[in-house]
Design a protein around this ligand. Structure first.
Ligand SMILES: [Zn+2]
Length: 251
């Protein structure tokens, strides 16, 4: 790890990652260090996604990802792995994200036998409570409702987080307002997103609340908002997110 990146980790994650000294949070260092690493990581993760396909990439484990990257001649270096570990195991409250941890280990594997592919969506759902909820939602709304995002293992969440981070110029605080860091998303443990068919990107805006799909689901009690507007967790309000697992009951 070069000195600049090292300083970025120290500034961000403090004594748990570096040697017991607490640096001031220096946004400039964080931005420059983070941007360079995220761009190269994003390139490698894109290569892995191209190789395994969009669907399988949603559920790929960290170890599988490392193997595929190596096979594609884009192995992750120690500095990049260190950076991922710092994001995954570091305390996100340092950059304003207060959601709870959902996955204890970066190398956690979701057994393929626990997953069910949802035809034509590109996404998996976890068997059990998530499938039951999705099935009853489909029964209520039929083809008007679509699954827009299902299971996201830590690697997929890392990829989305890196993508957003590059767009935000390496600003972790801004990034984590709209997407949870890997290890902190309920998509890894059962939650999923739904939308109105044909509504495209509006499904991920507050306009979704104006749709019949949202109103019907809300009236029938299917939508329990995990992160309400002005929630104390530093996460944006997401009316399209279907809560399946426990946690943040008071949010
Ligand atoms: Zn969601």
């Amino acid at each position: 790890m070069d000195r600049r990146s090292f300083l970025a980790y120290t500034a961000l994650f403090g004594s748990s990652i570096a040697f017991g000294m607490t640096e001031e949070f220096d946004d400039t260092i964080v931005r420059s260090g983070a941007t360079r690493t995220t761009v190269s990581l994003l390139d490698k993760l894109n290569t892995v996604q191209d190789r395994v396909g969009y669907v399988q990439f949603n559920a790929i484990s960290f170890d599988e990802m490392l193997k595929v990257a190596h096979y594609c001649n884009k192995p992750l270096n120690q500095s990049e792995i260190g950076y991922i570990e710092a994001i995954f195991y570091g305390d996100p409250r340092r950059y304003g994200f207060y959601g709870e941890r959902t996955v204890p280990s970066l190398t956690a594997v979701t057994p393929k036998s626990d997953l069910q592919y949802i035809s034509k969506t590109g996404h998996f759902l976890l068997k059990g409570a998530a499938i039951e909820k999705y099935t009853s939602i489909k029964k209520l709304l039929g083809n008007d409702v679509i699954l827009t995002s299902g299971v996201r293992a830590p690697v997929k969440q890392l990829y989305l987080f890196m993508k957003k981070m590059v767009n935000e110029g390496g600003d972790l605080r801004a990034t984590s307002t709209s997407i949870a860091p890997p290890g902190f998303t309920f998509h890894s443990v059962g939650d999923f997103d739904i939308g109105k068919a044909g509504y495209g990107q509006y499904n991920f805006t507050e306009r979704f609340q104006e749709t019949d799909v949202f109103k019907k689901l809300y009236d029938q009690g299917y939508i329990t908002i995990r992160y309400t507007s002005n929630n104390p967790f530093g996460v944006r309000y997401e009316p399209w997110h279907i809560k399946v697992t426990g946690g943040n009951e008071t949010a």
